[in-house]
Write a protein that binds this ligand. Structure first.
Ligand code: FES
Length: 355
């Protein structure tokens, strides 16, 4: 459910990115308490009356119980992106934005241990919340951040990350790789790919002893890092990933589920917020679109298989997904699908959005 929140701060981070902070009224304090790694779906109506939704990760540390949550998201300008253009060019303090409660399962709740992240570009955003919360709350925990960007000037949250280094010099390890700029650290410039990470990671930290790996950023970087880690024997269960951008041209076969013939007529029953309905599925539409025709409160943000907001449990029947960059294999094995990417395979399908 969306709530109108007042913008309390807009801070320019780089030429093409801002951090936006929302004021949370006391009655919504618990609704907006987040776990590090979660994101917010934001909604606005364009001048033409069309609804635009986007998800942005929360960069602020999670507030301990009893303290007011600070809701701050990082937004980077995307070419032609309607919401990010609005955020960078128009949004000012005092404006109201519709904001959904924190969501997402790319999480690092504070716990003792050694954690590491490989991030690219704006992929730093959720990881900043993870690292800052973890280091402040768990005196024994350690965090290694390997980040890549184009140039120092284009790197988001430079100051916040430097601040972590100052506050936790023994427990926070930082490695920055710039792809288009020489740097003083001795690391050569160039992209962080599987080959480079395979050489770099064992030199930085004891790979096998890391309790959780967090990979976030563009598709190529996340998949390259996952392959490098798997190649070094890291179990699948210790690797968590969130993909921020998918270039449609490079949509990988691995993210697509096998195609299956669609039935001539199919009906969908869906439960949402405790209420159920049954509707015919029109040709070519996704199950999310079927639900949205009658229930405008159906959860979604990206409609692209990336954010996971539209996750639903298949109670009966079978569906196929066009693509899936959001759900882990354990979730799909357990029966969860992305409604925005799902089409019926059986004549009757039942989805539960509440599970
Ligand atoms: S709405 Fe984002 S994955 Fe379906």
């Amino acid at each position: 459910m969306f709530h109108p929140l007042r913008v309390s701060e807009v801070e320019q981070l780089t030429d093409d990115s801002v951090a936006v902070t929302f004021a949370v009224p006391p009655e919504l304090r618990e609704t907006f308490r987040h776990t590090p790694g979660q994101h917010l779906a934001l909604r606005r109506r364009s001048a033409g009356g069309e609804e635009v939704r986007r998800t942005y990760s929360i960069c602020s540390p999670a507030a301990p119980e009893g303290e007011d949550p600070v809701l701050r998201v990082g937004i980077r300008l995307v070419d032609g992106g309607e919401f990010s253009t609005y955020a960078l060019k128009e949004l000012v303090v005092g404006d109201t934005v519709e904001v959904m409660e924190p969501m997402g399962r790319f999480l690092l709740p504070p716990r003792p241990g050694h954690f590491a992240a490989v991030v690219g570009g704006s992929g730093i955003t959720p990881v900043l919340s993870m690292a800052s919360t973890l280091l402040a709350r768990e005196p024994e925990a350690r965090f290694c951040l390997i980040r890549s960007d184009r140039t120092a000037a284009s790197t988001m949250f430079l100051e916040e990350v430097a601040d972590l280094k100052d506050r936790f010099p023994d427990r926070f390890q930082l490695v920055t790789v710039l792809s288009r700029e020489e740097q003083q650290s001795g690391l050569p410039s160039g992209r962080l790919d599987q080959e480079r990470l395979t050489a770099l990671l064992p030199a930085l930290l004891p790979v096998a002893d890391v309790d959780g790996w967090y990979l976030c950023g563009p598709f190529g970087l996340v998949i390259g890092a996952e392959r490098a880690l798997r190649g070094m024997g890291v179990e699948r269960g210790r690797i968590h990933q969130e993909i921020f951008h998918v270039d449609d041209g490079s949509a990988p076969a691995a993210a697509r589920t096998a195609s299956a013939p669609a039935p001539a007529h199919a009906t969908l029953t869906a439960t949402l917020d405790g209420r159920s309905g049954t509707w015919p599925v029109q040709e070519g539409e996704s199950l999310l679109e079927t639900v949205l025709r009658s229930r405008s409160d159906a959860p979604y943000a990206c409609k692209g298989g990336v954010c996971g907001t539209c996750r639903a449990f298949v109670v009966t029947g079978e569906v196929r997904m066009d693509r899936n960059y959001a759900l882990e294999s354990e979730e799909t094995d357990a029966g969860y699908v992305l409604a925005c990417q799902s089409h019926p395979v059986t004549p009757e399908v039942e989805l539960d959005f509440d599970r």
